[in-house]
Design a protein around this ligand. Sequence first.
Ligand SMILES: [Zn+2]
Length: 571
Amino acid sequence: MRIPRGWSPAVAILVAAGLLVPAGARPAAVPGQSPDQVAAAARIITATSMLEHVKALAADDKEGRAPGTAGEERTVAYLTGQFKRLGLAPGNPDGTYVQAVPLIGFKAEATAGFTVKGTPMPLAVPDDAVVVSRQGLPAVKVADSPMVFVGYGVVAPEFGWDDFKGVDVRGKTILMLAGDPPVADPANAASLDPKVFKGAALTYYGRWTYKYEMAARKGAAAAIIVHETGPAGYAFDVVKASWGRENFGLAGPGEASTHAPVDAWITLDGAKKLFTACGLDYDALKARAAARGFKPVALGATASFTVTNTIRSISSRNVIGRLEGRDPALKHEYVMYSAHWDGFGVNRALQGDQVLNGALDNASGMATMLAMAEAFTKLEGGTKRTMLFLSPTAEESAMLGAKYYAEYPLWPLEKTLADINMDIMNFWGRTRAIVSIGHGMTTLEDLLIAEAAKQGRLVLPDPESEKGYFYRSDHFELAKQGVPALHFLHPGAEYRDRPPDFGQRMRDRYVAEDYHKPSDDIKADWDLSGAVEDAQLLFNVGLAVAQGTAYPEWKPGTEFRAIRAARLKGK
Ligand SMILES: [Zn+2]
C-alpha cells in the first residue's frame, strides 16, 4: 500500500501490517447491538421450532439420511428449503445452497505377507492383518518393501518430538504403535506428563488417521499400525468389521496424495512374532519409542501386499447457507456453524424397524443450527461479519464432506474466524454446565466461558478426553487447516434437579441402546429446555466473534497453532 506523507514511521508500520486502520480509510462502523436486542434475537430459539426440525429430519421418509440415496434428496431439500424460508443467501458463490462432493465406495480384497531373512511369513487377511488402499485405485501392489519401525510415527514440533529423525522412508513399509507416545511425568513416574501430548488425554498424534496421513507425507509405500486394545480403544474384531465392509473416500486425484498405497493394521501377536523373527524385542523397542531420543529401526524384513478394490461412484452434497455481514470490510470475514446431515440409512438385515433415524445423531445438531440461523436473521442490525451455516455430508465416513470443504473451501479459510460444530445435542433437560470438547485449545473457549457465565453456567472439560472426541467430527477437518474450532457432543453436564450421575447415565444408555440404531428416534421423555439454552449460548458466542475486534486463536501448545499462523502470514 502507499503510505501517505505525514504519518509517523510507527503508525505507517502498523497500517502496513494491517494492525491499524486509519480513520479516513475505514468505512462507517456498523454499530453492534444492545443487550436487549441480542436477548430478543436469542428468544427466537425455542424448543418448539427445534423439535419441528428434528421431527422433519429424523422422519422415516428421510430414510436415515444415507449419502447418495433418496434420503439425501429429501434431506438436502429440507435444509435448502429452510435456508430459503429464513432468507439466507446461497452459501455457494455459484448461487446454490449446495457443494457437490464426489465420493467413492470401495470394498477391498487383499493379501499380505512378510519375508524375514529369506523366509516367508504369510499373513491371514483379515484375521492377522486388515489391509486397505484408500487411493481410489482399482488395484494396488507393493512388493518386497523394506520395513522400518518408526515408534509412534509422530512429528510434533510443539513438543520437540520427531520419531523419524530424518530417516528416509520413501517406498518403505513403516510400522507404527497406536496412540500418543506415553511420556512419564518426571514428577511422578506412575502418571503421564501433562506437558507432553496432554498426559492421559488423546491428541491428534494418537489417532490412526494421523499416522496414515504421516505415512503418506513421508512417501511410505505402506503403513502398518500395531493394534493394541488400550490405545486404539476397541478390539481387533471392530477393526476387522468396519474396515472389511464397504468404505468411503473422496473421488479424485487429491486422494492419491493424502494416502499411502496401503494402510494396514496388524494384531499385537502378529507384530511380536515378526519382531522375534527379526531378532528384536517388541516390548523393549516399544519402551524406547516412549522417549524423545528414539530413532527408527530397520527390521531387516520386507513386506508385500496386493489390494483389489471394487469401486462405485456416489455423488453427494454439502449444504450451506450464508447471512451476509453488514460491515463493508468485515463482511469478507466469516463465522461458521456446522452440523453434519448424514446418517446410517436403512439396515435391511434388521427385523422390524429398519430406518436408522439419527434423531440425536445428528438431527439435533442441524435443528440447533437452523434455530440459531433463524435468530441471526431476526437480529436487529445484523452482524458485521458474514455467518455461514454448513451441513456436511459423510461425517460418519471419516468426515469426508468436511474434508472436501476444507480442501475446496467456498470462502477463504484464513478469513474464517471460527467453526462451531454440533454433533448430538442435549435433549435431556437444563444443566448448570456445558461440556466443551477440546477444552483449553482456543481463545474461542474464553468467549464461551464469558457467555456461559452470563447464563449463570460453567464450561467443563470433556470427561472422556482419553477418547479424543475432538478429532472425530467435522470441525476437525477445518482445525487441521488452521481454523479455530469449538465442538459440542453430548454437551449437557450437571443437570438441574437431577442426581449427579444423571448425565453420564443418560449418555451411557444412549450409546448402549440407541446410537447408530433405529431407536435413535423421537423420544417421549425428551426435554429440550437445555438444548434451547445451549443454542442461545452458541448463538451468543458466534455473535461475539462476528462483532468482535479479536481474531480467535489456537492456544500455545496446540497441534493447529502453527498451521494457523502460516495461513495468516500468507494472506
Ligand atoms: Zn454424528
